[in-house]
Write a protein that binds this ligand. Structure first.
Ligand code: SAH
Length: 224
């Protein structure tokens, strides 16, 4: 699976993909993450990517031309399943959306900045708009990194234990059960006996009950 991320601050996207699971996914050739510097596509002398808003008001607006040139170039090279714009007014990212996207082949992600991007880019090119929550950040880079992380870890072969993504929170509209590691007794704070029992069926039953209880208490909306 390939992500092409278009950004005016590509440096912000270096570290998130250079470690741990995302790095491994790329090394294994399971996913390819390519970051494009929007400025490289601006065909004006000063490499400007923004301009003043029509109608006045504060904040600069990202102009059409650099995004259009970059998107057109990418589309001439391969077919894309989605062109996603990270935007606070998009649908809120959740595990269901991450699952849907994890079976796609090629995805373009647009990162906004300043006041946002010219509406016509959204009208002409964008197939899906995704928010990471009801708050406003300075740019779409961190949201894009979050989206890519949530999606790539779901692709089969990325996590070393393939079943581990399936037992994560939200995967069955349930939160995850409590987890423990050694030592079994930390100053009297003990690991639940069942986890030391070696009885796989009992452990699975306990985990399910714990997950259900946690979901009832913290996120009853998931069970509706
Ligand atoms: N004026 C816009 C916010 C612009 S913030 C509005 O009120 O909706 C600048 C850019 O940061 C946005 O274009 C978007 O790409 C990104 N961004 C900010 N908050 C975000 C969020 N919660 N989810 C996804 N992207 C976000």
């Amino acid at each position: 699976m390939r992500f092409d991320i278009i950004s005016v601050l590509p440096g912000l996207l270096e570290s998130p993909f250079a470690h741990s699971i995302l790095q491994r996914a790329q090394k294994k050739g399971i996913s390819e993450i390519v970051v494009h510097n929007l400025r490289d596509y601006a065909n004006n002398k000063h490499k400007n990517v923004d301009d003043y808003p029509y109608g006045g008001g504060s904040g600069m607006v990202m102009a059409i031309q650099p995004f259009a040139s970059c998107i057109e170039k990418l589309k001439s090279e391969r077919e894309y399943d989605e062109v996603i714009f990270m935007s606070p007014d998009g649908e809120t990212l959740n595990q269901g959306i991450a699952n849907q996207l994890s079976i796609k082949k090629n995805i373009i992600v647009l990162c906004g900045h300043y006041k946002g991007i010219d509406q016509r880019i959204r009208d002409m090119y964008v197939t899906r708009e995704i928010s990471i929550g009801d708050y406003v950040l300075s740019g779409g880079e961190l949201p894009a990194a979050i989206l890519v992380d949530a999606v790539v870890r779901l692709i089969p072969g990325v996590l070393s234990d393939e079943t581990s993504a399936l037992s994560d929170s939200f995967q069955d509209d349930m939160l995850d059960a409590p987890i423990y590691t050694r030592p079994a007794d930390w100053n009297g704070h003990k690991v639940p006996d069942v986890l030391l029992s070696g009885n796989a069926a009992e452990i699975e039953k306990w985990r399910f009950e714990q997950a259900l209880e946690r979901t009832k208490q913290r996120r009853p909306d998931l069970l509706e």
